[in-house]
Design a protein around this ligand. Structure first.
Ligand code: 6R9
Length: 709
């Protein structure tokens, strides 16, 4: 893979000559927060905003840091001397594991920290109290210590949604070991790339887990991961295998002698052992979270201990409205940033009860989430538009049949269509819940745009105003501000640093600067934060009332079911198939998953199109990335539409797959191919019944600008 990357520029900023696009959408009506919610909300007085105004920055954020227990207070709130590598709470010392576990023992040792719900409905849920969590975290920390791991080392987890995952994260955090959790649905090869990139020598995995009724063999992926990492020169010395049923091996893949060890065997030697939490610098890294960008190499977003934990604790308090006696359920996967910030670190820092569900929401039927909510008394619910669309499709009337009541609900990960929002509000929320539509990113650690649920009116389809202390604006290509209420879209940027922002891309500091800060920086030597707006890579518009509507990515990223997939990663996978000469990945609007991937490939001379070639491409993508990236269609085309300089015009292909206008094609080197491809693809789609409905303004915007060329 490395060779292919050499000629790829690191600059991921949009090349669109036309970032300012007029957007005409219907202004949606607003919904006031329920009075019952406001009466109990952590933030109920609008004056809270005054504590976070620009003139009070950066000291305003000490209010978030004060939610944590510090071993040593900080000397400097924000150090900008090495801009844009911001350092928060410099000189301060703390431990994330201590903050999420130990400190709650004094006040509520017997309260459930986690409630784990296995997918099989005949398996009882498990409540793990703060005291039990403390014991388990300490014992696993003892195991990590015995392996010789110490502060600053990296460890990779490839774990499903089981309580062993937060236990392992908190154990690593206890010792300052930087964890990198890879989504279990990703392939072994994808995990292997991330192991190599992070330089991990230990992989922690599980033998199997349940998804949609099947007990999957997950251990097989560990073997693939170790092999893929070795190809990149990274040796994995130990694979720690948790067992889904302790004492019983649930995978068919054999254990590798000397390398693979069962964690329950290792733990036996450390029963009841206590490992003191290490006092770490606020600016030390807590974890890496890999995400996709424009090039094929994933980006290991490095998050700090002090700034990150302060930010997720603060936003969990004011935006998730978590009180200690709430039962909070975020249905995301811990393998994504949402799970790190708002299943594990934020809720546990506040000492609440966080629910973890192993399986798929619609297993065995569309009412599963509502049975869980009722049984556990969940009162805060957090999920994605994709899950909401799916539950609405398969069981629109199910929520009404179950006696559960949410005071608060979240949507995150992609724009939500107003009609889907209304179903969420009316049917799941039963018109009693405040909803927050939280816009943010892997890179940002926590929320950037959202209403304050007890204060601000909700507006379907818009995330709302900036989060407390966040200063966003919309800029055009020249760096000029696009006025709120102008009806024009541009690039959303955050003018100031905030504690949750990632520190760098692991091992790629130049890419960190070029991707996120170079676009609007005029003086690379400046140490004044005002000179370094954070470029989020999303198009957005701001209404006259200050609410932002996010239109989607302006780079080559496809958001499938709320998960970011890089086109280059998909294309590199397709190019591993011998017959393939060229490949292009584009998004197709999908009523449930938001977007799905379609691949266009052309063949090397001497090969003919066949279902076998298609199958090879599909397998290559599943092997390299995972089933989540499986393309809906693979089109073997005679040629790709290209610019005169030979660049594939992805927006033309995207338009073809989505039945939208291909726009200006006069600059193409081979305009005649557009019509041929259109005929081939669209007649096949018509025959398969895949003609899309009319696209919304947001969707059209993304498709028309996809690939920004
Ligand atoms: C947290 C998370 C980030 C990208 C982001 C944007 C899209 C996220 C959104 C949203 C509209 C929202 N996105 N939340 N778009 N409304 N409420 O999703 O992180 O996986 O890194 O994705 O997702 O395009 O740039 P991540």
């Amino acid at each position: 893979m490395a060779d292919e990357l050499d000629d790829v520029t690191d600059d991921e900023t949009a090349e669109s000559s036309e970032a300012v696009i007029a957007v005409h959408w219907r202004e949606e009506e607003t919904y006031p927060p329920p009075a019952s919610f406001t009466a109990q909300a952590n933030a109920s007085d609008p004056a809270i905003r005054e504590q976070f105004t620009e003139d009070k920055f950066p000291d305003s954020f000490t209010a978030y840091a004060d939610l944590l227990t510090w071993f040593k207070p900080w000397d400097t709130v924000l150090d900008t001397s090495n801009a844009p590598f911001w350092r928060w709470f410099v000189g301060g010392e703390l431990n994330a594991s201590y903050n999420c576990v130990d400190r709650h023992l004094a006040t509520h040792p017997n309260k459930a920290a986690l409630i784990w719900v296995p997918e099989p409905e005949n398996e009882a849920h498990q409540a793990i109290t703060y005291r039990e969590l403390y014991v388990r975290v300490n014992e696993f920390a003892a195991v990590l210590k015995e392996l010789g791991l110490k502060a600053g080392d990296r460890i990779t987890f490839h774990m499903p949604m089981v309580p062993e995952l937060p236990v392992a994260m908190l154990a690593a955090a206890r010792l300052g070991i930087i964890h990198s959790q890879v989504f279990a649905g990703f392939s072994g090869t994808a995990a292997g790339h991330r192991i190599a990139d992070s330089g991990s020598t230990v992989l922690v995995t599980m033998d199997g887990y349940y998804r949609s009724g099947d007990l999957l063999d997950h251990k097989v992926k560990a073997d693939e991961a170790v092999e893929a990492a070795a190809k990149e020169g990274q040796q994995v010395d130990k694979v720690l295998v948790f067992r889904r049923y302790p004492g019983k091996y649930s995978a068919a893949t054999p254990m590798v002698e000397g390398r693979d060890v069962f964690v329950d065997d290792l733990l036996a030697a450390h029963k009841g052992e206590i490992v003191e939490p290490v006092a770490l610098q606020a600016t030390d890294p807590l974890f890496l979270m890999y995400t996709s960008g424009t090039t094929g190499r994933p980006k290991g977003c490095q998050h700090s201990i002090g700034g990150y934990l302060a930010y997720v604790a603060g936003t969990s308090k004011y935006y998730q409205d978590i009180h200690p006696d709430d039962t909070y359920w975020c249905m995301a996967d811990i393998g994504w940033i949402t799970g790190h910030s708002y299943i594990v670190y934020g809720p546990l820092a506040l000492g609440t009860t966080s629910v973890l569900y192993e399986g798929t929401p619609n297993y065995p039927d569309a009412a599963r989430p509502w049975r869980i909510a009722k049984q556990l008394g969940v009162n805060i619910f957090h999920t994605s538009p994709t899950a909401i669309r799916m539950l609405r499709k398969v069981g629109p009337d199910e929520p009404a049949k179950y006696d559960f009541h949410f005071k608060h609900m979240t949507t995150v990960g992609e724009p939500i269509e107003p009609e889907v929002w209304r179903w969420y509000y009316n049917s799941i929320g039963k018109r009693e819940a405040a909803i927050v539509d939280t816009w943010w990113q892997t890179e940002t650690g926590g929320f950037l745009g959202s209403t304050l649920p007890g204060i601000d009116a909700m507006k379907p389809g818009s995330c709302g105003p900036a989060a407390l202390g966040i200063l966003p604006t919309i800029l055009d290509e020249n760096g000029d501000e696009v006025a709120a209420g102008s009806g024009k879209a541009g690039n959303i940027v955050i003018r100031n640093p905030w504690p949750g922002v990632f520190q760098t891309i692991w091992g790629q500091p130049e890419r960190f600067v070029s991707t996120y800060y170079a676009k609007y920086n005029k003086d690379p030597k400046s140490t004044d934060w005002h000179d370094w707006p954070y470029f989020a890579g999303d198009g957005a518009v701001q209404a006259a009332d200050g609410y932002f509507r996010i239109l989607g990515r302006v780079d080559d990223v496809i958001n499938v079911a709320g998960h970011r997939l890089g086109t280059k990663e998909l294309e590199s996978a397709a190019l591993t198939v011998n017959e393939i000469a060229e490949a292009a990945a584009v998004p197709v609007v999908d009523d449930v998953r938001g977007r799905v991937v379609e691949m266009y490939v052309s063949l090397k001379p001497g090969f003919d199109a066949s279902p076998e070639v298609e199958a090879k491409v599909r397998t290559a993508i599943e092997t390299d990335i995972g089933k989540i990236a499986r393309p809906k269609n693979i089109w073997i085309v005679p040629d790709m539409p290209k610019t005169r300089s030979g660049k594939i015009m992805r927006r033309v292909i995207a338009a073809t797959s989505n039945f939208t206008d291909t726009g200006d094609i006069t600059t193409l080197a081979n305009p005649e191919v557009v019509e041929r491809i259109r005929h081939q693809v669209q007649s096949a789609k018509v025959a398969r019944g895949e003609v899309p409905r009319e696209l919304s303004e947001t969707e059209l915007h993304e498709i028309e600008h996809f690939g920004s060329e």
